[in-house]
Design a protein around this ligand. Sequence first.
Ligand code: SF4
Ligand code: SF4
Length: 439
Amino acid sequence: MDKERLVKAVADAGVVGAGGGGFPAAVKLAADFEHYIANGAECEPLLHKDIELMSRYPEQIAEGLAMVRDLAGAQAAYFASKEKYAAIWERINPYLDKYDIVPKFLEDIYPAGDEFEVVWRVLGRAIPPGGIPLAVGAAVNNVETIYNIRRALDGEPVITKFLTVTGEVERPFTAPVPIGTEFSELIEFAKPKIADFVVIEGGPMMGKIVPPDEVVKKTTAGILILPPEHKLVRHRTMPIEYAVRIAASACMQCQSCTDLCPRHLLGHPIEPHKIMRSMAMPLSMPVEWMTAAMLCSECGVCEQFACPMGLSPRKINAELKRKFRENGVKFQPPGGETVPMPEREFRKIPSARLAERLGILDYYHIRPEFIPALPEPGRVKLVLRQGAGAPSVPVVKVGEMVQKGQLVASAPPNSIGANIHSPIDGTVASTVDAITIER
Ligand code: SF4
Ligand code: SF4
């Protein structure tokens, strides 16, 4: 097998970034890179899906990592995970030795899993502002993505997603779940302790509030059940107009948000306190202060950890990014070398301290039960946009019988996207906006 066949096998199987970004893996692997990195940091508190994958499938992950390195013509492969996962290291070390993969130990801090952080920690290379890992010769994939790539090389399509369901539930669990399963089925299985709750898809830092009838996608890493009055819910439901108004009136310009901003500390010209100041005096501040919002990773450190006033620079940055994108405004890279600030070594955010600040300590020390197989759903709804790129194009019709693993929507022609396969045997009930398959 060569690189061309690697890329084709990964594209055929519909592999996308499983860590949250959802970028089609085949597109990433088609590029030239010297260093290939497995990201096993899983830095969002409460999520355990990567921990379970690394514990249970160390050989497949190491094999996938080595196969991509060799087929893509990279010089070296690295496995990066938290040093504290002693049991995982014990299991994977023999395979790292066997395949000549370099182990890299990460600290238990947030956001250790941001790929800008991972590349800096692993290679000592700083990705420039607005850049991607390829800018410094690296490609990074989440460990679940690599597991899926390994399976793709055996012709197995992506039809399940590892995820954790936790929070105010009696039975927190981690499991591989058929893509398209409705969240409500998984929540019911986890047995909520409260009748009135809010559902967050993803982790407590970067997850979004969704309705209970949301469905599992190739990017779903977690389902968090919280009481409506929880502070993580309050921040997320704050209307943007209100966030802007209090930014203008209550920001005391203490700079704590900038001092702790991980991207600022990596040497990127983003200073969230200046963006907040611009909200109060938009016409008298340099426009670059605001366009720097495009460098925000939306990690949430400023909002959930740094700001003593409970303000939300992240929300404002997200809105500015949306508006700039709509109006075709581009960030102008400053040029020159990107040099991380020496202070970043003294401004780390330990995960346990973050969990305490987020008000999730009650759930933080629980390791959700691993369930190897849940009861198969009677119906799946496969949304046509499973990650980054354009929606996939259905290749099946209503009434058609499909088999588990069969292609039901293909990557859009001439644009970035991914194939979608059926996770169950059944009959196609709808192809409008999503492909619904019933048993
Ligand atoms: S969310 Fe806040 S802390 Fe995170 S990158 Fe954006 S401005 Fe910086
Ligand atoms: S931390 Fe809060 S109060 Fe301080 S500058 Fe940033 S937004 Fe303003």
